[in-house]
Design a protein around this ligand. Structure first.
Ligand SMILES: Cc1cc2nc3c(=O)[nH]c(=O)nc-3n(C[C@H](O)[C@H](O)[C@H](O)COP(=O)(O)OP(=O)(O)OC[C@H]3O[C@@H](n4cnc5c(N)ncnc54)[C@H](O)[C@@H]3O)c2cc1C
Length: 210
């Protein structure tokens, strides 16, 4: 009898959700542990480059990208005063384009491909202990569970990362990003709003997606 591989994913952000959806498509149901009490993505827009868009389409998300995203054929970089520096092609030779998309809507679309029974919310992983035959995960509520494979998708302050390699805490680089949403008005639009743009200069950078 073939033993079913016990797979755990720690974190249900963009990486954890996409990994769970990809595994499910291959017939592997992973248990996903997320510290938040609800599935939510913070932040505003996300620029998906062609490579990411192609992979999401392979997961069956093509119609979702078209529905909630904005196909971006190109991106452009401007000086702070609006002079064009460079236009960047965002379409590959096979016709796949990049997309600009709202983070929460993308996460929601990916999450539809993941079994809700295997998604464990309000479960903060506090420790990862590797043995020869299994990996044990400990959680903040005092419980623990064992798996054959553990995938760390727990972000910038990853608990999983720190158990498999030297801890490398994030360092503040004196850069702050303000994210927001604005109507896609004609004065902001490049190529009829079907592209993203950056404006940047010394000490400042602004990016528009969509
Ligand atoms: C300002 C800004 C703009 C960006 N723009 C883009 C862009 O346009 N395009 C692009 O591709 N990328 C962009 N990025 C990068 C992108 O946002 C990140 O690479 C991506 O969100 C990381 O996803 P993740 O799932 O790895 O981590 P996260 O989104 O951080 O998700 C980690 C998840 O794990 C959970 N978690 C954490 N610790 C634990 C624990 N101990 N136990 C259980 N759960 C836990 C968290 O609650 C969270 O849900 C941008 C980043 C920033 C800061």
């Amino acid at each position: 009898m073939t033993k079913q591989l016990r797979i755990a994913i720690v974190g249900f952000g963009m990486a954890g959700a996409t990994t769970a959806a990809a595994l499910a498509r291959r017939g592997y149901e992973a248990d996903v542990f997320e510290q938040a009490k609800a599935v939510r993505e913070v932040g505003a827009g996300l620029g998906l480059w062609v490579n990411a868009a192609r992979l999401l389409k392979r997961l069956g998300l093509g119609s979702d990208l078209e529905r909630v995203g904005c196909a971006a054929r190109e991106s452009a970089i401007f000086t702070p005063t609006g002079d064009l520096i460079q236009r960047i092609q965002a379409t590959s030779s096979d016709g796949t384009s990049g997309y600009t998309i709202h983070r929460a809507e993308l996460l929601d679309a990916i999450a539809q491909r993941v079994s809700r029974e295997r998604l464990h919310l309000d479960m903060r992983c506090t420790g990862v202990h590797e043995r020869d035959d299994a990996v044990r995960l400990d959680f903040a509520d005092g419980s623990s569970a064992e798996f054959d494979v553990v995938l760390g998708a727990d972000g910038l302050r990853s608990v999983v990362h720190d158990t498999v390699t030297e801890p490398s805490p994030p360092r503040f680089a004196n850069l702050v990003a303000h994210r927001g949403l604005a109507p896609n008005t004609p004065d902001l639009a490049l190529d009829n709003g079907r592209a993203g743009s950056h404006r940047g200069g010394p000490g400042a950078r602004a990016r528009r997606s969509g």
